[in-house]
Design a protein. Sequence first.
Length: 313
Amino acid sequence: MADKQAPPEPEITPRWPLTGAVAGDELVERPAMSIKIENSEAARPQTGLQAADVVWEEMVEGGITRFNAVYHSDLPAQVGPVRSVRPMDAAISASYGGLLVASGGQAPFINGARDAGLQILTDDLGHGGFTRSSARLAPHNLYGTPSLFLDQADESHTEPPAEQLEFARRADGATAMSEGTPADEVTISFPSARPSWSWNAGDEVWERHESGEPATTEDAGRITAVNVVVLRVEISTTAYVDPSGANVPETILSGGGAAIVASGGHSIEVSWSKDDPSAPVVLTSADGESVDLAPGNTWIELVPTSGSSVAVS
């Protein structure tokens, strides 16, 4: 009688930690890189934004927004316009580790990010990889080369990021699709910004608009997302001011609150939590289960609980 053979070990498919997408042979051992990108009217269209695995939209002075774009699975040739660090960037980027790239920033904000374990690269500090474009006026003309930023990573900032958000193996396994309700539009109102997302069923992505106009990039066309995550957050007014004299607001990224997850033309109301600045955001459904996103890129909207609104239709 022939000996029974043990069943073969299941093959593990490599996936990118920040998107949940299949990586295959393309998986690269490199750190995550958070880059601050401007979102004023003078900064549009941006460059390199569509290549980010995760983009966080945060409110800054005057009620406008700015982006913290996190790159890992894909590196665009150029990104920009690059702008300065804000106090919440330490809590946004700490769980990814690696690099935080910006034009500069006030010393307490830079030090806070460094204390959170990030390596800081800024134009103001003389790091390489930055260039000024003659096609735009300062300060909206600073651009960066991600490959040159990665070349400057020190020995303690070379490890790939840990997995952050939870991802289903396939898009149809996302929690919003299996437990949520159909949705065509996610409309957000910051005090001085009006982004929205429309579901494109043909391409199976959410398309971004700025005040009703299609949002685009110079290098990759339309800005799209596989997942849109809205976190309702508290805002604190700091004692620091920008060059115009306006107080710098800080998004409080600790504790938790209400959230909305939109994937696959569906949305679901969930909750978010973040135990400490170095921990990732955790999304939890009403029944206490973890929320799975669809594999792909994610935009996280940090929408204040006061003076802002979110509508899903």
